[in-house]
Design a protein around this ligand. Structure first.
Ligand code: NAI
Length: 345
């Protein structure tokens, strides 16, 4: 039986993790709190920790986990910017779920875009109030518009397919362009300048942090729609607010927010929000915020649980070897062992 401390548990996590855990002898200790330096002790006696996007897995947390005998950090997400993979090297293995349903995220990005440009969020509220006026609901056709996709990995490419179905012209930017994909790649600055819609699908790294900043907004077309279903830190929130206030940015569709860690995923309806920037964004008629829910489909939840349990089993059954290990030494942390066919450490 592999004992695993499961941090930041939500009601929707439990059924699938309990089911797959029982099937494969992985016992979860479900904890509501997030993992950080104050809560790390709760993993005492466990072999592994299972964490999500807003848990803090920094060097101090990693060292304490190691001292307590924990040997594995199993992310139940694709993104891993909240884990200091370098600090974990030689101590704890780190695994993630590279793909569980890229469709879930890509479809959510399109749902946000359609909601925004056709003012569905406003129409929904109006008709519930028996207000059938169309004033202020004029949208625009997506057909024929140019969408700029930043990051053409699993999710970005599905989003591109969806956009093509709408008759949009697609341009893209990626450090590693997908060969033979028929995608028109351009430089990032050109993408900013030509796109009517910009959708972010690259990971958050030191290099991509605040890729949407004042300078980027300056280059953009007037009325541009920005979609972020990737990570909040890709956008400098102040630059976004300035761009919206200056009427440069026509709309923003945000599933992620750079300061989301202590806000998203919780019911804050009875509280005063102590985040001025988020409050201002939410108050704007052309901003739609969802709280990191792009992944949240039944298919994705089931796949996440199945893959996470399989990753945990693989690490403990195969002496630390798992195809979904993240190893900082390999540049692309994901391809480490597939290429070298040996252990990371
Ligand atoms: P992926 O790894 O398949 O694709 C990422 C792409 O970004 C790759 O093609 C890579 O070459 C590219 N890239 C890396 N650095 C770049 C840079 N500096 N500039 C431009 N492109 C760069 O990842 P996937 O599965 O498509 O996920 C993308 C992101 O979506 C994840 O990093 C994660 O942050 C986010 N995500 C959000 C979810 C949500 O619920 N909102 C759920 C799942 C993922």
């Amino acid at each position: 039986m592999i004992k695993t401390a499961f941090y930041d548990t939500k009601n929707y996590d439990r059924p699938s993790f309990e089911r797959y855990g029982q099937q494969h002898d992985v016992q979860f200790r479900f904890l509501e709190t997030k993992l950080n330096e104050d809560t790390v002790e709760l993993a005492n006696g466990c072999d592994a920790v299972c964490v999500f996007v807003n848990d803090t897995v920094n060097a101090k947390v990693i060292d304490r986990l190691y001292e307590m005998g924990v040997r594995l950090i199993a992310l139940r997400s694709a993104g891993y910017n909240n884990v200091d993979v370098r600090a974990a090297f030689g101590k704890l293995h780190v695994v993630h779920v590279p793909a569980y349903s890229p469709y879930a995220v890509a479809e959510h990005a399109m749902a946000l875009l359609l909601t925004s440009v056709r003012r569905i969020h406003k129409a929904y509220n109006r008709t519930r109030d028996f207000n059938f006026s169309l004033n202020g609901l004029t949208g625009f056709d997506l057909h024929g518009k140019t969408v700029g996709v930043v990051g053409t990995g699993r999710i970005g490419r599905i989003f591109i397919d969806i956009c093509r179905g709408f008759g949009m012209r697609v341009i893209a930017y990626d450090h590693f362009p997908a060969k033979d994909s028929g995608i028109e790649y351009v430089e990032l600055q050109e993408l900013f300048g030509r796109s009517d819609v910009i959708s972010l699908h690259c990971p958050l790294t030191d290099e991509t942090r605040h890729m949407i900043n004042d300078e980027a907004v300056e280059r953009m077309k007037k009325g541009v729609v920005i979609i972020n279903t990737s990570r909040g830190g890709l956008i400098d929130t102040e630059a976004l607010l300035n761009g919206i206030r200056a009427r440069k940015i026509g709309a923003a569709c945000l599933d992620v927010y750079e300061e989301e860690a202590d806000i998203f995923f919780e019911d804050r309806s009875g509280h005063i929000l102590n985040d001025e920037a988020l409050s201002r964004l939410i108050s704007m008629p052309n901003v739609i915020v969802t709280s990191h829910q792009a992944f949240l489909t039944e298919e994705a939840l089931s796949n996440i649980a199945e893959m996470t349990v399989a990753n945990i089993r693989s690490c403990f059954d195969n002496d630390g070897i798992c195809d979904n290990e993240l190893c900082y030494r390999c540049g692309n942390v994901e391809r480490c062992k597939k290429e070298r066919r040996q252990r990371c450490f």
